[in-house]
Design a protein around this ligand. Structure first.
Ligand code: KG4
Ligand code: ZN
Length: 339
């Protein structure tokens, strides 16, 4: 079964063809970084316009790379439930046109559920139940994955997601966009113990996160140093900030896993590419004899292969959407997983 995935949640225009849920035949990503970097953040209006401009080219490139034509596609999965609304609309509209003209099934999917499938795609043998930390620019959740399409949401961020905090700190320090990879690299040259930033929500007896206060603490520290006319030790600042984020994500995930008696953890989403986060998870899970899964780096960021993999399981299960499928910007995870 060759499924076409389409993903346009934020600033990546992506189309992919995945065979039988696990074999990636193509995964084309048009990264809009150049469009947004001069604004040091994603401009929703420009993102939607770029998606509109390149979506056909990206889909046709995905088919070409897979050595297939539209007639060879058995169904389409599209993120229709989460992201910048006008960006999501572009992907949904394109998917509907193809489904209609080719007379093939379409399914609207949740972006965050797609991220979970970035690890299932690559590890078909992963055993349920597992605990999944989704950590990205737009979302930060702890989800118990009980089986295909079966979830229990344990906790989520109450304000900024971790990736958003990375992006905002980098923007404030004017060190580049997107902030995550820039900080990851720069932090390697800094001292993670130089500044004692707060570890938000660590003492709270729940599975929620909050990174807005940590970001503010970094900003306040920098402003204080500026007032005192002290040169800003940027590598130390970002290394200490990153360490605080990593401590919270790792400790809260491990605590939830131990409490729930879960022996398998997956970490997905853009921030799962972070080298310090990976290192910390590898160490602690080895110590506690917990199995650990990350998606390959190419599948950490938003991509359509994860959407096509998820579509395979949904369509195989008899689920599909109608051609009146709508685009939504913020469907709560687990509430309406299908339309
Ligand atoms: O999953 P994704 O592509 O989009 C969303 O669903 O939000 O994740 C993008 C986020 C951005 O906030 C970016 O700064 C962050 O992932 N990110 C990283 C790294 N690479 C990307 N954060 C920390 N370290 C990285 N190496
Ligand atoms: Zn994402």
């Amino acid at each position: 079964m060759n499924l076409l995935g389409i993903e346009t949640a934020c600033d990546d225009t992506s189309a992919a063809v995945v065979k039988d849920g696990h074999t990636i035949l193509s995964n084309v990503i048009w990264d809009q970084q150049r469009v947004h970097e001069k604004y040091r953040g994603v401009v929703p209006e420009l993102a939607a316009r770029k998606h509109t401009e390149v979506i056909t080219y990206v889909i046709e490139s995905a088919l070409k790379e897979a050595n297939l034509s539209y007639e060879d596609i058995d169904g389409i999965g599209v993120n229709s439930m989460r992201g910048l609304l006008r960006s999501v609309v572009v992907g949904v509209a394109a998917a509907k046109v193809i489904a209609y003209t080719q007379n093939i099934p379409i399914i609207g999917l949740h972006h965050i559920e797609g991220h979970i499938y970035s690890v299932i795609l690559d590890h078909p043998d992963i055993e349920f139940p597992f605990l999944c930390l989704t950590v990205s620019g737009g979302h930060n959740m702890l989800i118990l994955v009980l089986g295909h399409g079966q979830y229990k949401l344990l906790g989520m961020t109450l304000d900024d997601a971790a990736g958003e905090a990375f992006d905002k700190v980098a923007k404030f320090l004017d060190i580049g966009f997107p902030g995550g990879p820039v900080i990851d690299k720069l932090a390697k040259t800094g001292n993670p113990k130089a500044f004692d930033f707060p570890r938000p929500m660590l003492k709270k007896n729940n599975d929620d996160f909050s990174f807005s206060g940590l970001k503010t603490s970094v900003l306040t520290t920098v402003k204080d140093l500026q007032k005192q006319k002290i040169d800003i030790p940027v590598p130390d600042i970002v290394a200490s900030f990153q360490q605080a984020v990593v401590d919270v994500l790792v400790k809260k995930t491990i605590r939830a896993a131990m409490r729930e008696g879960i022996r398998t953890i997956a970490v997905v989403g853009g921030v799962s590419a972070n080298s310090q986060l990976r290192h910390a998870f590898v160490n602690v899970t080895a110590e506690k004899n917990i199995k650990l899964y990350f998606p390959p780096l190419a599948l950490c960021m938003d991509n359509a292969a994860m959407i096509a993999s998820l579509a395979y399981y949904k369509l195989k299960n008899g689920e599909s959407s109608s051609l009146s499928l709508d685009a939504c910007s913020n469907t709560p995870f687990g509430v309406t997983m299908n339309t």
